[in-house]
Design a protein around this ligand. Structure first.
Ligand code: 4AD
Ligand code: MG
Length: 430
């Protein structure tokens, strides 16, 4: 009977056939060990010369890496394997022979692996990261659906440039200028006025010339937006959400975290509530720590974020940033005109900012004034301003960067491995 590696636990003692690839192989005169993968998982196939037909053993000895096969065998429990099962091979049928597969078990440089990303995805670590990414996405839908949010899909092609054009990809929309979305937020605000609590999940684009382990040109963002929700409650949703996805990965991706040697004790601690530090205190803390390159009014660089994050074993909210370094749509503090009701969530272990969020300006006149202060054209924001003309309400939201979150949870140094086909400053291939 045909099955998949993930399902073999249902067939202990039975003979099954699995469509698989040869991930790796070891053999001697009497026995061959095939590392088999089928996408659903990895299992070792053991071929004993004395127990199989001669051609099966010869085939197992000569089969090359990444050759596709139908392998038949008996499922056995195996305590030594982290997976728990192995396959006592009885038959091996080659489907297609792979000749000179470029990625061998030896070490390759990152650029080589990135050039071969279409094949690199097959390796055990990349497979594990993609499974964790999938679990984060699955748990995201579960969390928001269970908490009364409606999924709304904002457009990717947009006519205006919400936060200035510097980081936008321009394109033509027939005769008009258009841009690829850098955030669905403004549309999600409209959706929140229609549906109350909404979230989006989709690709966003930043034409930023940044070449760091935290920056992608194309990345995926989850953007919840909530009517009648103010600053504090916005942070509560964020900490509950982030705790939920971390706990879901711990529960459902044990094997994958093991493959990646992730220190799970660090993840087990991630439970709401998360600590908060104001921007003012963060600047004081950094100056006391000897960072004399930063003063009130400056934005944090990644060494600053990392230094702050190192004081906690949880993600930390940095709240109330100066109005001058944040976008026009953030609601000013009710008692201070120099800071806004916003927070960034900084992941532990140096993974940087994973969430940016805020309460939004809901007063029409104030929003118009803020647009002018930012030299933005009110005409382009006509529809956005109208949300403040017909039953405007306090509302808040945030954006979580999927790849930075997956990089952190999986313990992967660079965001390029947290997305199947990364778009980087110097990479559009494959
Ligand atoms: O802080 P950002 O720019 O916030 C927004 O776009 C808001 N409009 C979101 C909202 O309130 N709805 O981006 C949000 C998150 C960051 O915290 C980071 O995790 C991720 O998106 N991000 C990136 N991830 C990878 N590569 C990049 N170049 C990123 N830029 C932002
Ligand atoms: Mg940000």
């Amino acid at each position: 009977m045909k099955t998949t590696i993930k399902e073999v636990y249902k067939h202990v003692g039975e003979e099954v056939t699995i469509g698989a690839w040869i991930a790796n192989k070891r053999s001697s005169g009497k026995i061959a060990f095939l590392q088999l993968r089928d996408g659903s998982g990895f299992i070792q196939g053991v071929v004993v010369k004395a127990e199989v037909a001669e051609e099966v053993f010869q085939s197992a000895k000569s089969v090359t890496q990444e050759t596709s096969v139908y392998v038949t065998g008996i499922i056995r429990e195996d305590e030594r394997s982290p997976f728990g099962y192995e396959l006592g091979v009885t038959g091996l049928e080659v489907i297609h022979e792979a000749v000179d597969y470029p990625i061998t078990p030896k070490n390759h440089g990152t650029e080589f692996l990135m050039d071969n990303r279409h094949l690199w995805l097959r390796s055990k670590k990349q497979h594990a990261i993609m499974k964790i990414r999938n679990e984060v996405i699955r748990a995201t839908y579960e969390f928001f659906n269970e908490n009364g949010f409606v999924k709304v899909d904002p457009p990717i092609l947009t006519g205006s440039a919400p936060e200035g054009t510097s980081e936008l990809f321009a394109t033509k929309y027939f005769d008009e200028d258009a841009y690829l979305s850098q955030s669905g937020q403004l549309y999600m605000e409209a959706a929140a006025m229609a549906l109350g609590k909404v979230f989006s999940f989709g690709p966003t684009f930043r034409a930023e010339k940044s070449k760091t382990r935290r920056h992608l040109i194309e990345f995926w963002m989850i953007e919840p937006e909530m009517a009648f929700v103010e600053f504090d409650d916005n942070l509560k949703v964020q900490e509950e959400y982030v705790s939920y996805i971390v706990q879901a990965v711990l529960r459902n991706c044990k094997l994958e975290l093991g493959v990646l040697d992730r220190d799970v004790t660090k993840l087990e601690k991630i439970k709401a509530p998360f600590p908060r530090i104001s921007y003012d205190d963060a600047i004081k803390f950094l100056n006391e720590k000897g960072f004399d390159d930063i003063k009130w009014g400056d934005d944090f660089g990644s060494p600053h974020e990392t230094a702050i994050a190192e004081s906690y074993d949880m993600p930390v909210f940095i709240t109330h940033y100066p109005i001058g370094i944040k976008p026009f749509y953030m609601q000013p503090h009710p008692e201070r005109d120099d800071v806004v009701l916003c927070a960034d969530l900084i992941a532990p272990e140096g993974y940087g900012e994973i969430i940016g969020g805020s309460e939004r300006v809901h007063d029409f006149d104030l929003l118009k004034q803020r647009l002018e202060e930012h030299n933005l054209d009110s005409d382009a924001y006509k529809w956005y301003l109208e949300l403040r003309q017909y039953g405007s309400v306090p509302h808040s939201g945030f954006g979580l960067g999927l790849e930075r979150t997956v990089a952190w949870i999986s313990g992967t140094e660079h965001v390029r491995e947290a997305i199947p086909f990364p778009r980087l400053l110097n990479r559009l291939y494959p």
